[in-house]
Design a protein around this ligand. Sequence first.
Ligand SMILES: NC(=O)c1ccc[n+]([C@@H]2O[C@H](COP(=O)([O-])OP(=O)(O)OC[C@H]3O[C@@H](n4cnc5c(N)ncnc54)[C@H](O)[C@@H]3O)[C@@H](O)[C@H]2O)c1
Length: 409
Amino acid sequence: MLNFGRARTQPRSTRSMPFGGMDFADPKKKSSFVGKIILVAVLTVSCIFLLKGSTGFNSPSPFSHHEDGVMHVLVTGGAGYIGSHASLRLLKDSYRVTIVDNLSRGNLGAVKVLQALFPEPGRLQFIYADLGDAKSVNKIFSENAFDAVMHFAAVAYVGESTLDPLKYYHNITSNTLVVLEAMAAHGVKTLIYSSTCATYGEPEKMPITEGTPQAPINPYGKAKKMAEDIILDFSKKSDMAIMILRYFNVIGSDPEGRLGEAPRPELREHGRISGACFDAARSIIPGLKVRGIDYDTPDGTCIRDYIDVTDLVDAHVKALEKAQPKKVGIYNVGTGRGRSVKEFVEACKKATGVEIKVDYLPRRPGDYAKVYSDPSKIRQELNWTAQHTDLKESLETAWRWQKSHRDGY
Ligand SMILES: NC(=O)c1ccc[n+]([C@@H]2O[C@H](COP(=O)([O-])OP(=O)(O)OC[C@H]3O[C@@H](n4cnc5c(N)ncnc54)[C@H](O)[C@@H]3O)[C@@H](O)[C@H]2O)c1
C-alpha cells in the first residue's frame, strides 16, 4: 500500500516565510522543496501506472458499450413490483439490465435480491434517478449503451389519480416524453411500454379487444392514453420498434419466492384487491370491504381479468423478441377470463387459510361492472397465452412471500 502522508522534514519555526512577495529561503531549504516536488511527481506517475494496470481503469464499464450477443435493457421502475419481476426474468434469460428508479414507490430490497442473484460484472446495475429530471436521464443515456427500454416507472393507482391528477400527468405522460426524447437522441431503437386496460374506460362490449375505443374515465387512464398517443405520433416518423402492452389486473409473485409485491404502507388505502386481501388475512386491516353487490353479473360483484405477474413478464420478453423496426404492436395482456370479486375473495380465503371478514357495501362511484380482455391478438402474433390462470395458486404464491416478509423487503 502506498502511503501518501506527508513527512514533516523540518520544524514549523524554520520554514521559509514569504516576505513582500519574495521568498528569502536559504538554498538548502530550496533543494528539499524541489526534492518533495520530485517525490510527489514520481508517486503520481506510479499511481497512474498502477491504476492503469488494475481492472476498471482502462476498460470502460461493460454497461457503456454494446457487446455482440448481449442485449442491454433499461428497465425503468425496476425496483417496483412488476419491474423487479421483469428484471429477474431478463437476467435469467442472459440480458444485461440497468434499473433506473427514484425509489418513490419501489424497494431497494428488491434490487438487492437481484444483485445477490446476479453479482457478476456487467449483468445488473442500479441507477437512482428521477425520470422527471431530463438532464439526469440524458446523462444516463449518454453513459450507457442501451439496446432497448422497458418503461414501467409510473405512479399507478386509479384512486390516487383522481385526488392528485397533475402528479399523474407529470409522472406518466411527461416522463414518458422525457424517456422517448432521450431514446431518440441517443439512438435507442426498441421500446416496450407499460400501458393499462384503464385506457379503455367503460366499454359497453366485452371482451375488450385492442380495437375497442379508448375512452378513459380517470386521470390515470387518461395519462397513460396520452403517453400512448405521444408514442404513436412519434412512431410515424421514426424507425423505432415499439410494443405497447395494456395490462389487466396484475397479481401473484415469483414462484421461487424471491420477489413479491410490497407497496408503501401509506398507499394501502388506494391499493389493489390482492394487497387488501392479504392485509385482512394478516389482521393489518379488520376485514375486506366489497363495494357493490348489485351489478349485472352472475353474483352481483364486479368482474375483472387477473393476470399473473409471471405470465405478464413473459409477455414482455416475447414482445421484446418480436419487436420490429418501424412497427408498433399493441396488445392486451390478460387471461381472457373474468372473475368476480366474490370468486377472488373465496380464492384468497383458501390461499391464506384465513376466514377473512367481508363487509358488503354500496357501489363505489366510477367502478364498472365487467372488464376482461380478448387476448387472441397476442396469442396469434406473439405466441403468448397466460399459463398461471388458477387464482388460488397465484394467490398462494404471493401469500407465501407476504407471510415471510411481514414488513416488506
Ligand atoms: N400493477 C398493476 O396491476 C398494473 C396494471 C396495469 C398497468 N400497470 C403499469 O405497470 C407499471 C408498473 O406498475 P407496478 O404495479 O409495478 O407499480 P410500482 O409502484 O410497484 O412500481 C413503479 C416503480 O416506478 C418507480 N417510479 C415512479 N416514478 C418514478 C420516477 N419519476 N422516476 C423513476 N422511477 C419512478 C417507483 O419507485 C416504483 O419502483 C406502471 O407503469 C403501471 O401503470 C400496472
